[in-house]
Design a protein around this ligand. Structure first.
Ligand SMILES: *Cc1c(COP(=O)(O)O)cnc(C)c1O
Length: 365
């Protein structure tokens, strides 16, 4: 048996008729940019999250960068980010001219360690970007309390956590604004790049919308300069179809994770933990093993694809050598980068596949 890490084709085939029809319609009416499906998706996604304003854009990285820009964060400012994330989270801070300041992760849930944030706050700190890593919501109550105390903005990076919630409140609704990615492999994925910004603050929503479309709300109304970061109509049309299935797919991911955890009990590996009061949406199912590389190779030899998210903690990447960080600065992140392994995770994963994967893991231990 071969098990891919994600199976986008299985998902496409399950909704093929609807997708083909939605795409064919745009090819017919040629509304490739700024078509009606884009507005429809913004409305639908705002409704889905319960957040007032949804502004679509070209990708998740842009959505983070545009939000920072819209809040006037730039040269001389510092932004606190977790030591473990996809590079977009820290890259956007540099892109707006500010400095990323890294904080280690929680040992149990892998999101930014709220207890270690305050020691990194300086007079230059302007914002925190918590990441709901792997689909597990970050510790938003603690993060919002710190932000309030120090007058900081909070931009939630929800790229891996569509539909996740904490204490019944969805991710994206806790901070001042939120960023989503619809990269194909995300829990809600387009058929190319796409992203969105969400906020309950009207002025911030308007500015973000202007920046994403050359400073204009309507044609030739350039109050400010912006850029081109629009969501394609084709991507919006795909997302409109897929949004209807998101809850069903999320539930399938949660069930798959529970099945993994049940069948992996007793193996000499650490399973993902979910905090009480949290809806973890399992973008990734990440285990830890002291023999990670051996396990990865063995699974590969048996036809099972896995991933590492991420092989190097952000502050230890070559591109951040300028900060002269050492593994001792981020003991949890530095240790875990050698132990983490992401098993195949997608809604269409079958029970048969999960049994095959977990049996294979038990064979090694
Ligand atoms: C995917 C991802 C992004 C960036 O999204 P793109 O759409 O690929 O630009 C940002 N942050 C995190 C945590 C991500 O996983």
């Amino acid at each position: 048996m071969q098990v891919p890490f994600v199976d986008l084709k299985a998902q496409y085939l399950s909704i093929k008729t609807e997708i083909d029809e939605a795409i064919a319609q745009i090819l017919q009416n040629t509304s490739f940019v700024g078509g009606e499906p884009v507005k429809q998706f913004e409305k639908a996604f705002a409704k889905y999250t319960g957040i007032d304003h949804c502004i679509s854009c070209a990708n998740g990285t842009d959505s983070l960068e545009i939000l920072l820009k819209a809040m006037d964060i730039g040269a001389g400012d510092e932004v606190i980010v977790p030591a473990v994330s996809w590079i977009s989270t820290s890259e956007v801070v540099t892109l707006v001219g500010a400095t990323p300041v890294f904080v280690d992760i929680e040992p149990d849930y892998y999101t930014i360690d709220a207890e270690k944030i305050e020691e990194k706050v300086t007079s230059k700190t302007k914002a925190i970007i918590p990441v709901h890593l792997y689909g597990h919501p970050a510790n938003m109550p603690a993060i919002m309390a710190i932000a309030k105390k120090h007058n900081l903005k909070v931009v939630e990076d929800c790229a891996q956590a569509h539909g996740a919630s904490r204490e019944g409140k969805v991710v994206g609704a806790w901070g001042h604004c939120a960023s989503f990615s619809f990269y194909p492999g995300k829990n809600l994925g387009a058929y190319g790049d796409a992203g969105a910004m969400l906020t309950n603050t009207p002025a911030l929503a308007e500015k973000a919308r202007r920046i994403a479309n050359h400073g204009q709300l309507k044609k030739h109304d350039h109050q400010i300069e912006g850029r081109n970061s629009r969501m394609d109509t084709l991507q919006a049309a795909v997302l409109n179809v897929k949004l209807h299935y998101l809850d069903q797919w999320t539930q399938a991911r949660i069930n798959n994770a529970a099945q993994y955890s049940k069948l992996l009990a007793g193996a000499n590996i650490i399973l993902p933990a979910t905090q009480a009061n949290v809806r973890h949406v399992f973008h990734l199912y990440v285990i830890r093993s002291k023999q990670r590389d051996k396990l990865k190779e063995y699974l590969k030899s048996q036809g099972i694809a896995t991933g590492i998210h991420y092989p190097t903690a952000l502050p230890l990447l070559p591109c951040y050598q300028r900060f002269k960080h050492t593994p001792n600065d981020f003991p949890v992140a530095a240790q875990y980068q050698n132990e983490i392994l992401s098993l195949p995770m997608f809604a269409e994963l079958t029970e048969e596949q999960i049994i095959f994967i977990t049996n294979t893991i038990h064979k090694l231990y």
